[in-house]
Design a protein around this ligand. Sequence first.
Ligand code: ATP
Ligand code: MG
Length: 282
Amino acid sequence: MSIIEEAVRKTAERYHRPAPPEQPASGGRPRLRRVPPPATETANVRRFQPVTLDRAVLDDNSILPQITDPGALRGYKILRTRMLRRLEANQWHSFAVTGATPGEGKTLTSINLAMALAQDPNTWVFLVDLDLHRPKVASYLGLNNSLGERGLTDYLLGDATFEQIMYTPAGMDRLAIIPNFQTVANASELLTSPRMDELVQTLEAETPRRVVIFDMPPVLASDDVLAFSPQVDGMLLVVAEGMTNRDALKGAKALLQEMNLLGVVLNRSEAQDEGAYYSYAR
Ligand SMILES: Nc1ncnc2c1ncn2[C@@H]1O[C@H](COP(=O)(O)OP(=O)(O)OP(=O)(O)O)[C@@H](O)[C@H]1O
Ligand SMILES: [Mg+2]
């Protein structure tokens, strides 16, 4: 069976499971919490490699917490709250950020949403750069591998341990980042490898339970999203006003049909009515 056939099978299996009960009985998958996790969990929380992010780089790349535009700030907060509500309502914890075509703002949205979520005192977040073709999370944050940092591909190839690819930015204790520094030709094979399964399981087993955000390539550019989709609870689609054409969007929606669509982020919007470049719709 090809990777794609296997992915389609697993996706159908995953998304056609019966919906979980609204209020789960004890014992089910742990819920995301709006109330603080018990002190026993936060006391044991793992500390990852500390990194200090350069404010000037964040500023240049329009990354929270350096954003000052009130409209953009409000937009990210609205997106954060809506995402939290939707995740909680469904007992979901993880999602991939994708889009139809390149350059629509998937990575910027993934990073700023991760930071906005981690600003909530009760929400813990993992941000994973799962773009093995054009990884950008590290450069937008001013991390680079000249100091010998290792990232996702090193882990997937067996050249780094989990602890060696995890970074916690100074002052953002609830956020942990897995950057990626290398591109590979066989991305979808790596994304469906046992090593990737192991990483997802390790992320899921961390306490307190975290929201896991995977920054991915466009769904139409490769089979990566389809191949990886069985590992996530849902998809967040980023479209860019004036960039994403109707046919590409239709194509993307058709491919995402079998998956849980958590929402659509309208990036680069001129509309100021919700006060931001970002709005959010189903
Ligand atoms: N709302 C926005 N306002 C201004 N610039 C933006 C906005 N969103 C994205 N950009 C800029 O557009 C460029 C592409 O953004 P980004 O890398 O997030 O897109 P992407 O969809 O992840 O691209 P790729 O398909 O290559 O992964 C970056 O220079 C980013 O700073
Ligand atoms: Mg990107």
